[in-house]
Design a protein around this ligand. Sequence first.
Ligand code: ACO
Length: 375
Amino acid sequence: MADKSSRGLADVVAATTSISDIDGEEGRLFYRGYDINDITGRISFEECVHLLQRGDLPTADELGAFANELTGARWIGETTEALLPHVVRSGTPMEALRTLVSSLAVDDPDAADSSVEADRRKATRLVAQMPVLVARYHADRSGREVAEGDPSLGIAGNFLLQVTGERPADRAAEIFDACLVLHADHTMNASTFTARVVAATLSDIHSAITGAMGALRGPLHGGANEAVMKTLSSIEGGVDTVDRFVRDELSAGRKLMGFGHRVYKAEDPRATHLRRMSEELAELTGNRHYFDFSRRMEKAVFDTKGLYPNVDFYAASVYHALGIPTDLFTPVFAISRMSGWTAHVIEQHEDNRLIRPASEYTGPVGRRWKDISER
Ligand code: ACO
């Protein structure tokens, strides 16, 4: 049997990185040395992308130039345009978007350039294109035109505008902006590791990101936020039924999505911020239903199993209150995480070594070939 401690590569240091760091015992997360608690609500997603991809928070001039660069990079290309109506017909959002992200490579002006400098340009484009893809996907499947972007709104505000069709309230846009900051990077999570494994073969950034999209989709990773919303909305009855629901699920041996984490032994600091946002939105919208259910579920899961909520748990009620359709929750995660994924691909390509771990063979040995008539 393989050593249990290496199952799922738990605690294995698979790469060095200067992009983000987690203190799992204390429940702290850092982006390039900045504590997430210090920057959430104080920097925009655009500043966060600059920090992750380029190493530092931008000056005012740098931010202006970077924001212009992002705005100018929203074009998704003719190939992706042509593909959109087909994937809208056939796929769930994450399947469709995984295919669309892959297709962005075709018309990328740097497609044939595998230098790290070209990676940086493609990274900026991918961050700019991702919210456009999600908004376009949603508009196409809803049979309507996507709303014209508003240059006075950043990535967060424009996304809410284009998905809901209504200009978001200032506070709603600020909250969503902070959500994008909170989801931007998280060390060697499954999708980032996937991106690095692909990049480490010296494959291209679009291939790495397509792999990351596939990894993010699963319910044990980014797919959990959608699963949380489905769980919350499946509970029949009032808030008092939550305790019983939790007990029944756990005693049936089922996992409750949005709880537990490989690295955090204390509360996930992102969950602390998202809980606050969920409560604020409950008050602003005058609808406390999902916040109250979430609070009750959090308490019941902690009392029964000692598990803390992770980033996906309160993200569900926050996105719901912001008017985002449930099946776009994981794509929203991808909009944000694109910044971290691309930063990691750049870092991998800057100092590359093939990622190729070992395995321990547990199958039969010493078998001898027999002719097919004797098997
Ligand atoms: N509900 C119930 N029990 C749980 C949960 C949960 N959400 N999470 C962990 N446990 C239990 C397991 O059943 C296991 O119990 P056991 O030792 O009695 O068998 C123990 O806690 C350890 O759990 P593992 O799944 O082995 O822990 P691992 O580190 O491999 O997995 C993971 C971490 C995948 C996040 C897990 O906690 C989980 O499945 N959570 C639900 C899915 C989820 O919310 N994913 C999003 C994570 S955050 C992100 O990726 C963005």
